[in-house]
Design a protein around this ligand. Structure first.
Ligand code: ADP
Ligand code: MG
Length: 354
């Protein structure tokens, strides 16, 4: 059996003597993979990164990198012996050094063992910080400081890079561009990375795997596609907040019945016995709009998202159902109007919970 590049096995992550996330296991299979950890504020994401970096100890389970144990009840490699770089959520630049000197300090720590080097120049250009190199941390914006600390972490060429909400202070207008560039650097330099974020789309963009942390547990650790389309629990559905659960009854191996929508056919992700009463997940892309349909519901909200609209419809039994429509749909619907839903309803992956 091949070893994983990095692995957390049955670890309780603690801070101040209290367990924040219990019995966590996940792995990064290959060097150069990027994974993301997502979860609400205060759940313990930073604690997980600090523990992996060696700043918090563990009493249960183990953390292993390249086949060696970093942390366990008996072993605890010092942070400086780990070749792990942690880029903190808050500005951690040295205030008495210029941005350039701060980044060069990172380069000095580079032990130069990797085949795929990322050059100082490349990082400066990609993160667009050449104009602030001579400034001091108090002379730059929060977003610039984040990019500078990111640059410092990247040039250290660590075995494992830990990024704590690395782009949370970067302007929205600039964020996508920086995300693309960061992804490119991580890929070309093959730096194995764990990114903590509370931005779902950021996690889906970067992560070959995404871990969702809720209620003191790592609830799901899976491909972004699966996290979104095949959420493994109601908690994950509620956290992603893009769908609605409606009551339904399983009527055959390929269909269910809901009072408001009628018959829904498709493929069950997990089989349920005929007659089971379940909660069916309806996501914005599951239902299709059709002006000619006689299945009509009232529009109670409409969100313009640029490339699309999300209409919220109210069913007779007072369920709120989101429906996605491309924004070039000529005929727009206003709040309180009736909105047609195409029949028959077919959902490719039927996700239900008991
Ligand atoms: P997140 O990064 O997901 O927002 P954190 O890991 O920073 O969460 O914190 C998790 C919880 O632990 C929070 O409730 C926080 O207040 C608490 N906490 C963080 N640091 C300490 C500490 N040094 N001592 C005691 N409690 C802490
Ligand atoms: Mg945090």
């Amino acid at each position: 059996m091949r070893n994983n590049f990095f692995e957390v096995k049955n670890v309780d992550f603690k801070v101040g003597g209290k367990t924040k996330v219990a019995n966590v296991s996940f792995a990064i299979e290959n060097e150069g993979d990027v994974i993301c950890l997502l979860g609400p504020s205060g759940i313990g994401k930073t604690t997980i990164l600090r523990t992996i970096a060696g700043l918090e100890k563990i009493k249960k389970g183990s953390i292993e990198l390249k086949g060696s144990i970093l942390s366990s009840e008996k072993n605890n490699l010092e942070p400086e012996d780990r070749n792990i770089s942690l880029s903190f959520q808050e500005n951690s630049l040295f205030p008495h050094y210029t941005v350039e000197k701060n980044i060069l300090l990172g380069a000095e720590r580079n032990k130069g063992k990797k085949d795929h080097q990322v050059s100082y120049q490349e990082v400066i250009e990609l993160l667009d910080i050449s104009l602030i190199l001579n400034k001091y941390p108090h002379e730059i914006s929060a977003g610039e400081a984040q990019r500078a600390s990111l640059a410092r972490s990247l040039v250290t060429q660590p075995d494992l890079l830990l990024l704590d909400e690395p782009l949370s202070n970067v302007d929205q207008s600039f964020k996508e561009e920086i995300q693309e560039k960061l992804k490119k650097i991580l890929k070309s330099s093959k730096i194995t990375t764990i990114i903590v974020t509370h931005d779902t789309y950021e996690a889906f963009y970067f992560g070959s795997k995404c871990g969702i942390i809720l209620n003191q547990e790592l609830k799901q650790f899976d491909d972004p596609y699966n996290v979104y389309h095949l959420p493994n629990s109601i908690e994950v559905v509620n956290f992603l907040n893009r769908g609605t659960l409606i009551p339904a009854e399983v009527t055959s191996p390929k269909s269910l019945e809901n009072k408001d929508l009628g018959t829904i056919t498709g493929n069950f992700v997990k089989p349920f016995p005929i007659g089971s009463k379940v909660k069916l997940l309806v996501q914005p892309e599951d239902l299709h709009h059709d002006d000619k349909s006689n299945l009509k519901f009232q529009v109670i909200d409409k969100k313009f998202r640029g490339t699309n609209f999300i209409y919220t419809l109210r069913t007779p039994s007072n369920k709120l159902i989101p429906v996605f429509v491309h924004s070039h749909h000529i005929h727009q619907h206003e709040v309180d109007e009736k909105f047609g839903v195409k029949r028959p309803i077919y959902i490719d992956h039927i996700v239900c919970f008991k």
